[in-house]
Design a protein around this ligand. Structure first.
Ligand SMILES: Cc1cc2nc3c(=O)[nH]c(=O)nc-3n(C[C@H](O)[C@H](O)[C@H](O)COP(=O)(O)O)c2cc1C
Length: 202
């Protein structure tokens, strides 16, 4: 009954569309120093946990780093970046960028995937479920006026980092989600939907 009431209330639909279309990738160099309240992060995580997952495996796992933990995270991931990168592949700007992102964000959440132990659910389904959870996080952050940025930097998605977090062999780390109050909110646009959608029998 509650769901019917939501569907019939155009104000709720307008708010939802407004939040979805306002969500922007906003990177840590554009964050202010304003602290982020822990209750907001708790709600962001709670909403992530309401994402759908095939077989109800709820495969998302989160590691939340606040201001006091960011230096150690930057060191850990910086070291991992150096360890896993070949001489030819090493880019000083990538290393600096990774560390600066972590040091500029009041909150960094590592996105991880813990695989269903029965093996009944495919990896792609579980990855998609985690992506749904991250979108819930990003939309909730938007509703709080917070910017978010999902970064799939090579160190933050490496098996080395997965092992460091104590996850098992089949599990994955799917990157970092940065959160902070933006100094400015970027504009964006999208193309017309008739370019991405075919309609049948309508
Ligand atoms: C799974 C995923 C991984 C992403 N990884 C990166 C990344 O490593 N670096 C980056 O600059 N942006 C990354 N992005 C953000 C995209 O660049 C961003 O979503 C895109 O530019 C559209 O901007 P918008 O999010 O404001 O609509 C990622 C987005 C997704 C969904």
């Amino acid at each position: 009954m509650k769901l019917m009431a939501i569907a019939e209330d155009s104000t709720d639909r307008n708010i939802l569309s407004h939040i979805i279309r306002s969500r922007r990738t906003i990177k840590p160099h554009n964050y202010s120093d304003k602290p982020v309240r822990k209750e907001f992060i708790e709600e962001i995580i709670e909403n992530a946990n309401w994402a759908p997952s095939h077989g109800r495996t709820y495969p998302w796992r989160f590691f939340v780093y606040g201001v006091e933990a960011r230096e150690s995270l930057a060191d850990t991931l910086g070291t991992i970046y150096c360890e896993i990168t070949s001489k030819e592949g090493f880019r000083e700007n990538k290393l600096t960028g990774l560390k600066q992102n972590i040091l500029n964000a009041p909150v960094t959440i590592t996105i991880a995937l813990e695989r269903d132990k029965t093996g009944k659910i495919s990896e792609i389904d579980e990855v998609m479920a985690v992506a749904c959870a991250v979108q819930n996080m990003h939309l909730t952050a938007t509703a709080f006026g917070l910017g978010g940025f999902w970064s799939t930097n090579i160190a933050a998605t490496s098996d080395r980092y997965r092992d460091h977090l104590g996850l098992s062999g089949g599990d994955k780390v799917l990157g970092l989600f940065f959160i902070g109050y933006p100094k400015s909110w970027p504009d964006a646009n999208r193309g017309p939907t008739d370019e991405i959608c075919k309609w049948y029998d309508w």
